[in-house]
Design a protein around this ligand. Structure first.
Ligand code: 4AD
Ligand code: MG
Length: 436
């Protein structure tokens, strides 16, 4: 007898097939027996669906196969789709066929509580859990929203190199490698310097890629490999940079709320602090930030950068992200334009996410004048020769320009309400971890 092969469906698409027979393929999420009825909850990455196996409704040998199944075994399941409001996803399968693909060994991760180290060692399996899937889908939405944001505003994607001859963000966090027989190279700490060159060619540009910092700090905000989206535009002032960064964060967060609210619910994320991005973000000068810190018992010397603790305090004072601008030059990177009103200050901005999350964006207007830039490079003891090309940008039609970088993991951690950035990237690289 020739039987027509049932259509293969994603679980998320079951609603399209109500009353039809379909095949689902995936992994066993839950098993239960009750008298002559067997229940199998299947996951396929798009959702969860329950199948009901009733003796007699499917070939006896298929029915017997159920007894061999273990958690995370892979199977193909065929059955009739029925609307069932009580079932996860709203649809259920009346099974007419069950084919195991692979019977899993004893799966090490159970719904009971495991320690983070145990789970991180099994990160390759932990990714299968509903929470981790939800986080990765939010991350995917965030990345696409960033790309769309820049595309919609006429920014051109420019891929900047990962192997570089110099530091961008200070020499203490450089990953060093041998570059064939040409000496040392460093993994990129930021695409910014190259983006500045591209901005002089294309006007408005952005890059989006992996970024490396040999951070000696073991904090909930630091990875050694993270993803940064960076924008750079010719003729942008600090004011333009702040507006663009604010607009990016607002657009991305609102888009996640629009498209991924169900994932945020699964993560038990309170939506209210995210929805608050719709209103303008408060702006504070560095000097005002110091006053706030003093009021809250965190006195700081003028000239120091805000550390994690200080950022936490400031970011708890406001219900939405805050822009802290005009830090002292000495606290920041070499390329920042001095404030003409007070040259001790840099025309720079950090955006701090609320609820104690701290810095998610760092940016500035860049030094446009050749001599000022040269002086800075020398003060920072940076080698001039590998930066000659960067100096050229100040020799041939230099213009005011600026941009910023946003850390994807820090933004995702805040959006998902996670304590630590390690769960926001599929395979985190940390001070003490490079496995799996
Ligand atoms: O403030 P940063 O160091 O700025 C730059 O690299 C500039 N060159 C960007 C630019 O203007 N084009 O880094 C920018 C952002 C931070 O605000 C933070 O969100 C993230 O990158 N970030 C990290 N995220 C995770 N782990 C780390 N070790 C990070 N270091 C920075
Ligand atoms: Mg910074």
């Amino acid at each position: 007898m020739i039987r027509e092969k049932p259509v293969v469906s994603d679980i998320a698409e079951l609603y399209r097939h109500n009353g039809q027979t379909v095949t689902l393929r995936g992994w066993v999420y839950h098993l239960r027996s009750s008298g002559k009825v067997r229940f199998l909850v299947l996951r396929d990455g798009t959702g969860l669906a329950q199948a009901v196996l009733v003796k007699g409704n499917l070939p006896e040998e298929d029915f017997q196969e159920f007894e061999r199944l273990t958690l995370e075994s892979s199977v193909a399941l065929t059955g009739l789709v029925k609307a069932e409001p009580r079932a996860p996803g709203g649809y259920e399968l009346e099974a007419t066929g069950l084919t195991p693909i692979h019977i899993a060994q004893d799966y090490p991760i159970s719904p009971k509580e495991h320690g983070v180290a145990f789970l991180m060692d099994r990160r390759h399996l932990w990714l299968r859990s509903p929470r981790q899937q939800a986080i990765l889908r939010v991350r995917d939405e965030v990345c696409r929203a960033c790309r769309d944001f820049f595309h919609d505003r006429g920014f051109v994607l420019v891929d900047t190199p990962i192997l570089t001859p110099t530091a961008c963000e200070g020499t203490t966090s450089l990953f060093e490698t041998d570059y064939l027989d040409r000496g040392k190279a460093y993994l990129s700490q930021s695409g910014q310097l190259y983006l500045e060159a591209a901005a002089m060619a294309l006007g408005r540009v952005y890059c989006f890629g992996p970024t490396f910092r040999a951070e000696k700090s073991k904090t909930r905000r630091h990875l050694t490999e993270f993803w940064m989206v960076e924008a750079e535009a010719a003729f942008y002032t600090l004011e333009d940079v702040m507006e663009l960064a604010e607009s990016l964060v607002r657009t991305v967060v609102l888009r996640v709320l629009e498209h991924q609210e169900a994932r945020l619910h699964l993560l038990e994320r309170d939506i209210a602090p995210l929805a608050a991005v719709a209103e303008p973000f408060p702006r504070l000068s560095y000097a005002q930030a110091l006053e706030h810190l003093k009021e809250h018992g965190k006195e700081m010397a003028w000239g120091d950068d805000l550390g994690g603790d200080e950022e936490t305090v400031i970011s708890q004072l406001f219900p939405r992200p805050v822009l802290v601008h005009r830090y002292p030059q000495e606290a920041k990177a070499f390329y920042m334009e001095p404030d003409p009103e007070d040259p001790r200050l840099a025309l720079c901005v950090d955006m701090l996410a609320p609820e104690g999350y701290g810095e998610i964006v760092g940016g500035s207007q860049r030094i446009a004048d050749l001599d000022t830039l040269l002086a800075r490079i020398r003060e920072h003891h940076l080698p001039e020769e590998p930066l000659e090309w960067y100096l050229d940008l100040r020799r041939y039609g230099s213009v005011p320009h600026g941009g910023f970088g946003m850390g994807i993991e820090r933004l995702v951690a805040w959006i998902c309400g996670l304590h630590h950035v390690r769960e926001t990237i599929p395979f985190p690289r940390l001070l003490d971890r490079i496995y799996p």
